[in-house]
Design a protein around this ligand. Structure first.
Ligand code: GUN
Length: 293
């Protein structure tokens, strides 16, 4: 078994981005790329993700801004914030951290973002362009998975890929990317979800198994074909007395046992999560270079 090392690859990509910022922005007297995040409420995971994104921006020389609002913020107020960010010439691209508090109309918010600044790639315009293989922002987690497979030279063409979970953020877009006529595409994709019967009989057929269902330890060794490639998107905080933070991070896959059976596997932490952050930086660079039109 070999690790698909998100730390190693994300550090490599960060170094590449940092040198591009130095040469093509600061070296030419241009402002560094500036990306922003809107954070509503005090969900602990969202706070920690946004802090991670801010640190990554610092690491590569981007400017970053965080717009924080209390949990009781209204949809209308948030729409005003989006309108402001859409026209602010200082900001190249931005994200609205999800999930939003339940009373906020999430889809309305996403649709208000200027697709040219939508570095999360969640706007229907970007998702539609992605479906058609047109230039667009690709959602960060699916992009991170494709990049990880690519950097480890893992062939997808003609392979059986099984995706567990059909979220708008991960499962649905990764299933499209893997089946598209493109490099690290051309796979035969099966998308499983809560109505799928006998999931194990399907996962056992997978050459590449992408697990994004949000159930800790769901995938066990008996569900995985020998020498499969396993990508674990799950991130769960498990209370622990043995760590300083008071919790331990686990994925959707039973790493200890599945890792003995597969050819490649992502660790959690240290796998897909870090690739998501670095993919957002790649999208931020695209926005600053005005590559999407
Ligand atoms: N919540 C979980 N993943 C993501 C992500 O990639 N982007 C945003 N905006 N929110 C998230």
């Amino acid at each position: 078994m070999k690790l698909l090392d998100g730390k190693l690859i994300s550090d490599q990509i960060k170094a590449e981005i940092a040198s591009e910022v130095k040469e093509n922005f600061l070296g030419k007297n241009l402002n560094a790329p500036h990306i922003a995040a809107v954070l509503v409420g005090d969900d602990a995971s969202s706070q920690s993700y946004v802090a991670g994104k801010e640190k990554a921006c610092r690491d590569v020389g981007f400017i970053s801004s965080i717009y924080r609002y209390p949990a009781h913020t209204s949809t209308e107020k948030l729409l005003e914030v989006i309108d402001f960010l859409n026209i602010d010439p200082e900001i190249d691209g931005f994200i609205v951290q999800l999930p939003l508090p339940a009373h906020i109309h999430e889809q309305k918010i996403i649709e208000r973002i200027d697709p040219l600044k939508d570095i999360d790639g969640f706007h229907p315009m970007n998702l539609g362009k992605m479906m058609l293989g047109l230039p667009c922002y690709i959602p960060a987690t699916p992009l991170g998975i494709i990049t990880l497979l690519d950097r480890y030279n893992i062939e997808t063409e003609g392979k059986n890929c099984v995706v567990l979970g059909r979220s708008h953020i991960v499962g649905t877009p990764i299933s499209i990317l893997l089946s598209r006529k493109s490099k690290r595409g051309n796979a035969t994709v099966t998308l499983c979800h809560s109505y799928t019967s006998d999931i194990a009989s399907i996962t056992r057929q997978a050459d590449i198994l992408i697990v994004a269902m949000g159930k800790q330890g769901f995938v066990t060794a008996d569900m995985v074909k020998k020498n499969a490639v396993v990508v674990d998107v799950g991130i769960h905080r498990i209370p622990s007395e043995e760590t300083k933070s008071g919790f331990r991070i686990k994925g959707d896959v039973d790493f200890e046992n599945v890792s003995k059976k597969c050819s490649f596997i992502t660790p959690v932490p240290g796998g897909v999560g870090l690739m998501t952050v670095v993919s957002l930086l790649q999208n931020g660079l695209k926005s600053a270079k005005k590559e999407i039109s």
